[in-house]
Design a protein around this ligand. Structure first.
Ligand code: SF4
Ligand code: SF4
Ligand code: SF4
Length: 487
């Protein structure tokens, strides 16, 4: 297939035939807003925000679902389009439990004495997405400051049954990103669309609660949800309470994966929001000890390495330190449970170490220690909620809110040194080196050296890929010695 030449906002762009206008705009570095599109997944054209004008077409076209054709002329940001997008947002918000948007403090302080981020400290607009919400950002961009439509009552009950991945149907805009990620990427097939038209709902399988459903708490639906309709239950207030509690020692571990998010939230460059600055912030709010996750990661991997050497002789090993992946294998492939080698996550290793070795060395009573894991990964939050790995698992947004409420502004704080638990050695660390969850990547096959011998390992970077590999293993002998799963 050849290329097709089109013009978007007077800019010429050449894209492969079969591309959508949205893909062509991306190539031309022209932004078209969307609340439902997920790259790599078939367009649903649900949100109608990506509408564009196509010359010779009588109606606006959804950019995500309209294929380019030779000579097409497209405009993405005319007054008529902006008006239509604004009306779409007004309609969405009239059916939405807006508890951020009506707050008069949001970005509106005219007083020079107030910190421009003062509104972040307001407790009345505390939607878990406030400040980091795609719907909110678009409502601001399109200046939706008044809702002309009848505002519908929000009567749906919240589902917080898992203590981690939670649902607030009153904030759902029915974009279906969560359904697509749960079905097409994670292959868990829990979330579904039921009813049609204005009755449409997104529900876990058979309308069950999340806790009773086949959800494995990977948290990927919360990652892609553009609003606060699916979210990880927060624990920032309990954490803050414990940092101030008399007789309690708090020990925090920072994962490097949280730093870029914190930098973005504080509008700093990454070097400014480095681990030492975050450590200073944690000390300011009263945390007694702060370590990086390097030690716990290496220690967990070193233990897994020893176990792996023993297990390889008896067949393919399914290797994971993911709480969600373990659940996924046990639920969907119970016959393969014997092949599972689940090693500790950095958070779990940290929690165990602090309550045993660290407590003994520092003559502390483990009952009076609270462990805090600061991580960007949603499944860590699920692990903390369902197991006793750590007392609190806190994400970047929660920490940001805590810092803002307590005046620990990373932009103004001086970095301080971390504490250290020591070092641990890992020999075949290529096998264990951190791999991120990926929506679109391919299954990755590599050869590693374990105990001096080459072994072929395959890495699944999402649960859909894991299902494929485990189905093969369940049906016959797998060609791989190790199947590593990232959830
Ligand atoms: S989901 Fe977004 S728009 Fe809705 S209340 Fe939360 S922050 Fe506001
Ligand atoms: S947490 Fe994962 S398994 Fe559960 S509903 Fe969301 S995407 Fe599906
Ligand atoms: S829960 Fe979130 S991702 Fe799912 S349909 Fe509703 S708004 Fe979209």
């Amino acid at each position: 297939m050849g290329n097709v030449n089109i013009t978007i906002n007077d800019k010429k762009v050449s894209v492969p035939a079969g591309s959508t206008i949205l893909e062509a705009a991306l190539k031309a570095e022209i932004r078209i807003p969307t609340l439902c599109n997920l790259k790599g997944i078939d367009a649903r054209a649900n949100c109608r925000l990506c509408i564009v004008e196509v010359e010779k077409s009588r109606t606006f076209q959804p950019a995500c679902a309209t294929k380019v054709s030779e000579g097409m002329v497209v405009r993405t940001d005319t007054p008529a389009i902006r008006k239509s997008r604004k009306m779409t947002l007004e309609l969405l918000l009239s059916r939405h439990a807006v508890d951020c948007h009506h707050c008069m403090r949001i970005g509106s302080s005219k007083c020079d004495d107030l910190d421009p981020k003062f509104c972040e400290m307001c407790f009345f607009c505390d939607c878990v997405r406030d400040g980091f919400c795609e719907l909110q950002a678009l409502a601001r961009e399109y200046k939706v400051d008044y809702l002309p439509f009848v505002i519908e009552a929000n009567t749906e009950p919240l589902d917080t049954s898992t203590g981690s991945v939670s649902r607030n149907p009153n904030k759902c805009i029915k974009c279906c990103r969560c359904v697509d990620v749960c079905n097409d990427v994670q292959a868990v097939h829990n979330l579904c669309v039921v009813h049609r038209g204005s009755e449409i709902k997104i529900l876990p399988e058979m309308g069950k609660s999340m806790a009773e459903s086949p959800c494995v708490q990977c948290g990927r639906c919360a990652d892609v949800c553009p609003t606060g309709a699916i979210f990880m239950l927060e624990h920032k207030d309990e954490m803050l309470y414990n940092t101030h509690k008399y007789g309690v020692t708090t020990v925090a571990q920072i994962s490097a994966n949280v730093l870029a998010q914190l930098a973005a939230l504080f509008k700093l460059s990454t070097p400014q929001a480095d681990i030492k600055t975050v450590t200073a912030g944690l000390r300011k709010i009263g945390v007694d000890y702060v370590v990086s996750d390097d030690f716990a990661l290496a220690k967990a991997q070193a233990k897994a390495e020893k176990e792996l050497e023993k297990r390889l002789a008896s067949g393919t090993v399914i290797l994971t330190n993911s709480y969600a992946a373990e659940k996924f294998v046990k639920r969907n492939f119970p016959q393969l449970t014997g092949n599972l080698l689940v090693y500790n996550s950095a958070q779990q290793e940290f929690g165990q170490y602090v309550k045993t070795t660290f407590a003994d060395e520092n003559k502390l009573d483990a009952k009076n220690i609270r462990t805090i894991s600061i991580t960007a990964d949603n499944e860590n939050s699920a692990e903390a909620a369902e197991t006793d790995s750590v007392d609190f698992s806190v994400n970047a947004r929660e920490l940001y809110r805590v810092f803002m409420r307590t005046g620990a502004n990373l932009a103004r704080i001086r970095p301080t040194e971390l504490d250290s638990f020591g070092t641990a050695e890992v020999k075949c660390d290529g096998l264990f080196s951190p791999v991120k969850w990926e929506m679109y990547s391919k299954i990755n096959i590599k050869t590693f050296t374990v105990a001096g011998n080459p072994v072929q390992a395959v890495v699944a970077t999402n649960l859909g890929q894991a299902r494929e590999l485990l189905t093969e293993l369940a049906g016959s002998k797998s060609p791989y010695s190790i199947i590593r799963i990232i959830a």
